[in-house]
Design a protein around this ligand. Structure first.
Ligand SMILES: [Zn+2]
Length: 247
């Protein structure tokens, strides 16, 4: 008669072919380094694959899942909140925390009372992607951009570096790349070891609400096939192309 424990091990091993699970006697005889971690990772990967495959190819949902799989996408959950008397911007209040969690999980915003349509006339999608993308409803993107800028400046100040924001490129003897008003300034300028450093902040969003236009379809299809972080990497390349020659 087969031993139930041995039989369970064989069944479990068959369900996780990527993990070599030792026989029971070997498990009892000596400890297996990081075996639990390897099993947990394989189980999580299996769950992810099942969820990923349950969504249509090229869908916004696949795009969202891959986006939140990228390194540091959950960094906000493990960051230690800095809370000083004058600066509370590195802390999330309960409401902001709920919104961030909803965005991460891809669920509708809890307790949020938002308009059903945008000033551009478009109906707002359930997951609010439109607010992160619309060129008419810039308040959210501009607010996020400016808040990030303030936080970077505050972090630099905490380590004794004074940064200047919105510095005109011409004041640094740098010719702007074009005549666009937004191209005349750089978000941050600060000195490190006598060298001037220029930084620019960009807010990007990887998903499109639905496939209502050819562009939306193309973005979702492309981002649903490739590892997360593609949108951010593309935005960084654009900045390099724009300012690389002079900065
Ligand atoms: Zn809009």
């Amino acid at each position: 008669m087969a031993c139930p424990a041995a039989s369970a091990r064989i069944d479990f091993s068959a369900s996780l072919p990527s993990i070599a699970i030792p026989p029971i006697a070997q498990l009892i005889a000596c400890s297996q380094a990081r075996l639990q971690q390897k099993i947990s990772a394989a189980l999580a990967e299996k769950d992810f694959d099942t969820l990923f495959q349950s969504f249509p190819a090229g869908s916004r949902d696949r795009c969202h899942l891959l986006s939140y799989l990228r390194p540091l996408s959950s960094g906000w959950l493990s960051a230690i909140p800095a809370y000083t008397r004058s600066d509370k911007r590195k802390c999330l209040n309960n409401y902001a925390y709920r919104l961030a969690t909803a965005l991460t999980l891809g669920i509708t915003f809890p307790l949020a009372s938002l308009a059903s349509s945008c000033t551009c006339g478009t109906a707002i999608d359930a997951l609010r992607d439109h607010f992160f993308l619309c060129s008419r409803a810039t308040a959210e993107r501009v607010f996020k951009h400016n808040t990030l800028l303030d936080v970077f400046k505050a972090i630099l100040a905490e380590v004794g570096i004074t940064a200047v924001t919105e510095v005109p490129l011409r004041s640094l003897d740098i010719t702007p790349p074009n005549a666009q008003p937004n191209s005349q300034r750089m978000d941050l300028f600060f000195p490190i070891d006598g060298e001037g450093v220029l930084c620019d902040v960009t807010v990007v969003h990887p998903c499109r609400p639905e496939n209502s236009t050819a562009h939306h379809t193309q973005v979702n299809r492309s981002h649903a096939r490739r590892p997360g972080g593609i949108a951010t990497a593309g935005a960084e390349r654009d900045k390099d192309r724009k300012y690389g020659a002079s900065c």
